[in-house]
Write a protein that binds this ligand. Structure first.
Ligand SMILES: [Zn+2]
Length: 403
């Protein structure tokens, strides 16, 4: 394998690991749990200031309206933060999309809020790996790319959404719009393993709530007049679980509703998640689910109103996406690192980008681990490694590496 050329070495020379670390620390110190609108606004401002160092236009876009089903089965509005978009050289013929998210899974009342060094190279803190470190990598890689003579051939959009951890429901239309017609995309989720292993194909994910409405009656005086919504919900849970197969894990997660012991309950909400591994499994579930609800309505004489759906389509790796993976591996090999990848059961915005036929590697962020837990950590030297990798990948894309 050829080592990096003198040009490549010069290209990554401006990358400043101290600046990336300082930015990661500053952003991770601000709580930006998906529901913390004030914290998200504060992080968005800080990010907008930083990304303004790049050419192009930074804007903060309003979230699309999103609703959820509350415990009483009512559809209620769900608030989200604004999403940051940076658009550079929109007129360029070859354009790429880089995506990250500013939200974390830790609400302000969560005990995990502070940064702590575990050793010289390991920083424990909320969002350090997932993915404020990755956001610092995006900015640094683009600043370095802008020094390259090839940069003028490449336009790009950067999207940093505020709702990735809850499924990107308020940013999905924006992701779809920005991904349209892109040559390739890079998403900055942390590496799948602390050694840098990338996530390759991914299954999909769908979240649902079904609101069952029956008729209440006295449990002793006239139970025959009642239509038990809770029993219908329980029947639904059992029958959904029976639909599970190798390509379709199904998880009935929660039933809410019911009333006092002497009342036939007239409402219940069943929540469940599916993880279709293939597009065929996702499609066939949609029709089976519809038939199942009709059958439950007849059998239990209730109404069953579904809400939600597949928000993350399954992500297969097609030939063009594989070429992007191969490009990453080649650059890593030239840098003296051996890159592996493996399928992932997790989902991210890479699922939605791939669904539009755009090749994407979605674990271009830092190395670290224990994400979504108080043990989350960032392996600090990976900031430099990953920024250099991205700079070189972007430079090759600017030269038309996938054409
Ligand atoms: Zn993430």
């Amino acid at each position: 394998m050829h080592p990096l050329s003198a040009e490549d070495i010069a290209l990554v020379a401006p990358i400043d690991p101290d600046r990336m670390l300082a930015r990661t620390q500053a952003w991770a110190a601000i709580n930006s749990g998906t529901g913390n609108l004030a914290g998200l606004a504060q992080v968005a401002e800080a990010l907008a200031d930083t990304f303004a160092e790049l050419p192009g236009e930074v804007s903060l876009c309003d979230p699309d309206p999103v609703t959820a089903i509350d415990t009483d089965g009512r559809e209620v509005a769900q608030e989200n933060g604004r999403h940051l978009v940076l658009s550079v050289r929109p007129e360029a013929e070859r354009r790429v999309l880089l995506t990250g998210h500013m939200d974390t899974v830790y609400p302000p009342e969560h005990p995990f809020q502070d940064l702590r060094w575990l050793d010289d190279e390991t920083l424990n803190g909320p969002g350090t790996a997932d993915m404020k470190g990755g956001l610092a990598v995006i900015c640094e890689a683009l600043l370095a790319l802008e020094q390259s003579p090839a940069a003028c051939n490449l336009g790009y959009d950067v999207l940093i959404n505020s709702d990735e951890e809850t499924g990107s429901l308020s940013s999905a239309p924006l992701i779809a719009r920005l991904a349209q017609g892109k040559y390739a995309a890079l998403t900055y989720e942390p590496a799948a393993l602390p050694d840098g292993t990338l996530a390759h194909s991914r299954g999909g994910s769908g979240n649902y709530a079904v609101v069952f409405t029956g008729r209440s009656a006295h449990a002793g005086r006239n139970p025959e007049d009642g239509r038990n919504a809770l029993v219908a919900a329980a029947d639904c849970a059992v029958r959904l679980k029976a639909l599970q197969h190798a390509d379709l894990p199904v998880n009935p997660a929660k039933i809410e509703g019911g009333a006092a012991n002497n009342i036939v309950p007239d409402h219940a909400v069943l929540r469940f998640n599916i993880r279709p591994k293939t597009l065929a499994a996702a499609d066939s579930f949609a029709s089976t689910f519809k038939a199942l609800l009709s059958d439950l309505e007849v059998r239990h004489e209730v109404t069953a109103s579904p809400h939600g759906g597949i928000s993350r389509p399954p992500k297969p790796v097609d030939a063009r996406a594989q070429r992007l993976f191969d490009l990453v591996r080649k650059i890593e090999a030239a840098s003296g690192r051996d890159t592996r990848w493996q399928p992932s059961g997790g989902v991210c915005d890479g699922n939605n980008i791939a669904a539009l036929g755009v090749p994407v590697v979605d674990t271009m962020g830092v190395r670290g681990g224990a994400i979504h837990s108080p043990h989350e950590y960032l392996i600090v030297p990976s900031l430099q490694e990953r920024a250099a990798l991205s700079t070189l990948v972007l430079n090759r894309l600017a030269e038309g590496a996938l054409s």
